[in-house]
Ligand binder design. Sequence first.
Ligand code: HEM
Ligand code: HEM
Length: 231
Amino acid sequence: MRKFTLVWDLPTRLFHWCLVFAVFYSWLSIEVLENMQHHFYSGYVVLTLLLFRLVWGFVGSHHSRFKSFIFSPSVLLSYSRNITAKSAKRYLGHNPLGGVSVIIMIGVLLAQAMLGLFSSDDYFFGPLSGLISAESIARISELHSLNSNAVLAIIGLHVLAIIYYKLIKSEPLTSAMLTGNKEIHESDTMPSSKIASRLLSLVVIILCVTLVYYLATAFLYMVPVSTESYY
Ligand code: HEM
Ligand code: HEM
């Protein structure tokens, strides 16, 4: 009989699919709708979700914790060498390469959202741009634009990797990210699968919303008053 186990807890799954939507809307709002106010709002949602994930990486369920998917360079190297082999070790959570890509993805997106807080198109001003000089705003806005290419590239690679695992290795990773469950194989080493409290995730998300709300509003008086600015 096939046996399944919960790998991705509900907060991690909600984090993932809300992040997909918020990042997509951040891109859509600026590149297609040209609505900077919506861009700011979706950027704040991205930032809140990422801060939540950083904390959840320490207090979440086993497979959501960073320590469960950050491997030593030697494990990463040997996994990468054998990735195409049928005998390649299977991981219930993120595999070593997947773990690295998750860290890079979170880092690149966090940088994007943080840079956005200090950016401006000379008409709209990020909520922290009043804290730095006009030259720094220009440089940071340039970096925000440049880094958006890295965001697109890493998401492209991420989706290609998911397709590779589905088509070549017959691993239904997407349905696991939807339902949370993965089938247990005989070779799997079962970790203690204590599920973190959902109440705790609610407390963490409320704290993250409060912090981002503070960042988005507390320094607005420092933004030049002669220019129209939104938060
Ligand atoms: C991960 C989330 C974000 C993504 C993917 C993103 C993406 C982008 C992209 C693609 C552009 C257009 C760049 C160009 O065409 O040159 C842009 C511009 C801009 N974004 Fe974001 N952004 C994000 C978060 C934020 C946040 C949180 C804020 C501020 C609260 C923000 C403020 C701005 C501003 C002011 C510009 C105009 C910069 C300029 O014209 O040089 N962004 N963003
Ligand atoms: C804006 C686009 C996307 C972003 C920013 C994104 C980001 C992420 C992040 C940060 C993780 C790590 C999850 C965690 O441990 O918290 C992840 C995992 C995952 N994502 Fe995405 N994702 C995107 C699009 C997609 C799409 C379109 C799919 C499916 C078609 C997908 C399927 C998955 C799956 C299956 C995993 C788990 C991988 C594994 O089993 O190791 N993602 N994604």
